[in-house]
Design a protein around this ligand. Structure first.
Ligand code: HEC
Ligand code: HEC
Length: 436
């Protein structure tokens, strides 16, 4: 009895601790490049799981054809056409590649009660895979100048906002896009996020996420954080974790939705008439992302890295971009007893009026966004060259500094403290972030 008590206390005060230089615990890859997120994580030893993960590479990265279920409407013909090398996709609404566009423009009508009626015929997004259609729609991405700042290292940073405009050339399109009385046409631009740590995100206990929520700001630190609640593929309502609005509670639902909305491929969870992808291929797609590793931070000087992390904590970034979250009780044992640092709380936060786009999803208003996980932050720029050098949900920021300076609302105080750092501290923080 006493022994059990002591053991219990011991595990309580001394959990398996991960440090920010090992963000994925036993899932942190030995690789620094795309192999880290495309190959099985070191802790996945089960031969069946490893084989399924490796098999998923092909359906993820190869283009689907119409005969294999693509379309009729689609935005891109492969997952990898958007999630380039499993990193971020470019901001591209003109379908410049042969396979379609790499960004999603969600479209619908905002009703007087603030809810969105998605344009269902288009599966809720503009089918940017069709070049002629894109031309007829007259879609354009404009950069609108916003505020400028001078950082303590002397760098001047000017912020630009991304705005989508449509100028439909055919009467049929104009009719389709005209709102009913009291409604308003609204769009939301979303870049394709990197595929890092999807399995670990799914395995995080709901309690760990809920523990950090503070919807009424009871601790009065100016930061709230709340969960989105979504019906999962099994019919149960769960807390959301995937997507910029935490609008999907599980990988299965997220991937089923991506196949259907992004590629027009009907599947076991989202279909109009018949399944166009086998359950085996579907499972390989899930396993490809679920069992992949986490990129190892590229640390040049460990002491400076840890100093950068301390500043990140001190100025309040870590309040949302959370580190040291422990997984227990997941159905697959490999994931349990891992303490991970995704640098996200997976909660929704209001980052102020300048980040709003009027497109609500579930409990998330147009102003609420999921804290973006920062593990693998440096990977996109390496794997995609300039393609990955953009940040935030719509890719408006072209540098990490710009991304931070867009933080308003609940992120206002952290942004101000960022502006108050001296040049040495600023460089330490940026070095830390760039090496993730
Ligand atoms: C047209 C581009 C496009 C295609 C094709 C596409 N995705 Fe995505 N994906 C996105 C965008 C954009 C988001 C973010 C959507 C949002 O939150 O609104 C996303 C989100 C995701 C997420 C959640 C990531 C996170 O951090 O929460 C996963 C997982 C994912 N996609 C997997 C896939 C898979 C698997 C496929 C192929 C079956 C696929 N995607 C096809 C653009 C695409
Ligand atoms: C109130 C919660 C909160 C705080 C505090 C906060 N962030 Fe964020 N951060 C977010 C949210 C939410 C997003 C996603 C916004 C979006 O997608 O448009 C984000 C996005 C980012 C991004 C963009 C990542 C990408 O790949 O697009 C970076 C970089 C970032 N934050 C760094 C920081 C740093 C550094 C600090 C401290 C100075 C900080 N954040 C403080 C909530 C927060």
């Amino acid at each position: 009895m006493l022994r059990a008590f002591l053991l219990g206390t011991f595990t309580f005060v001394c959990p398996m601790w991960s440090s920010p230089d090992n963000p994925g615990g036993g899932f942190t890859s030995e690789f620094f490049n795309r192999d880290s997120v495309q190959l099985p994580a070191p802790k996945i030893l089960d031969p069946g799981k490893r084989a399924s993960q490796i098999s998923g590479f092909i359906p993820f990265h190869s283009s689907f054809t119409r005969r294999r279920g693509l379309g009729p409407l689609f935005t891109n013909s492969s997952c990898g056409g958007c999630h380039l090398n499993n990193a971020k996709g470019p901001v591209d609404v003109q379908a410049q590649g042969v396979f379609g566009s790499s960004t999603v423009v969600m479209i619908g009508f905002r009703k007087p009660d603030g809810k969105i009626r998605p344009l269902r015929e288009w599966n809720g997004q503009i089918p940017l895979g069709d070049k002629r259609f894109v031309r007829d729609l007259g879609i354009q991405l404009k950069r609108i100048k916003d505020e400028s700042f001078t950082l303590s290292n002397g760098r001047r940073v000017t912020l630009y906002k991304n705005v989508i405009t449509l100028n439909p050339r055919t009467r049929a399109l104009r009719r389709k896009l005209s709102p009913q009385r009291g409604e308003r046409l609204v769009m939301s631009l979303r870049i394709s996020p990197p595929m890092v740590g999807m399995g670990l995100i799914e395995a995080l206990p709901s309690g760990v996420i809920l523990n950090r929520a503070d919807p009424f700001d009871n601790d009065r630190d100016g930061i709230k954080g709340f969960v989105n609640l979504v019906k999962d593929v099994d019919g149960n309502t769960k807390i959301g974790r995937f997507g910029f609005k935490s609008q999907h509670p599980s990988l299965e639902r997220q991937i089923g939705f991506a196949l259907f909305a992004e590629m027009g491929i009907e599947n076991k969870y989202f279909k109009k008439s018949k399944k166009e992808i086998s359950d085996l291929t579907f499972k390989e797609l899930v396993d490809y992302l679920k069992y992949a590793g986490i990129p190892k931070p590229r640390i040049q000087n460990r002491e400076r890295f840890l100093q950068g992390y301390d500043i990140f904590v001190r100025i309040g970034c870590e309040k949302c971009h959370a580190s040291n979250l422990t997984i227990t009780g997941y159905e697959e044992p490999e994931f349990n007893d891992e303490t991970i640092s995704p640098f996200s709380d997976f909660l929704l936060h209001n980052l102020g009026a300048k980040m709003c786009d009027d497109f609500s999803q579930g409990l998330a208003s147009g102003c609420d966004w999921r804290t973006t996980p920062l593990w693998g932050l440096g990977l996109s720029g390496i794997e995609n060259g300039r393609q990955g050098r953009h940040f935030l949900h719509d890719g408006r920021a072209k540098s990490i500094e710009e991304a931070i300076l867009w933080h308003g609302g609940e992120g206002h105080s952290a942004k101000n403290q960022f502006l108050g750092l001296n040049a040495d501290e600023l460089n330490l923080l940026l070095e830390f972030l760039r090496s993730l």
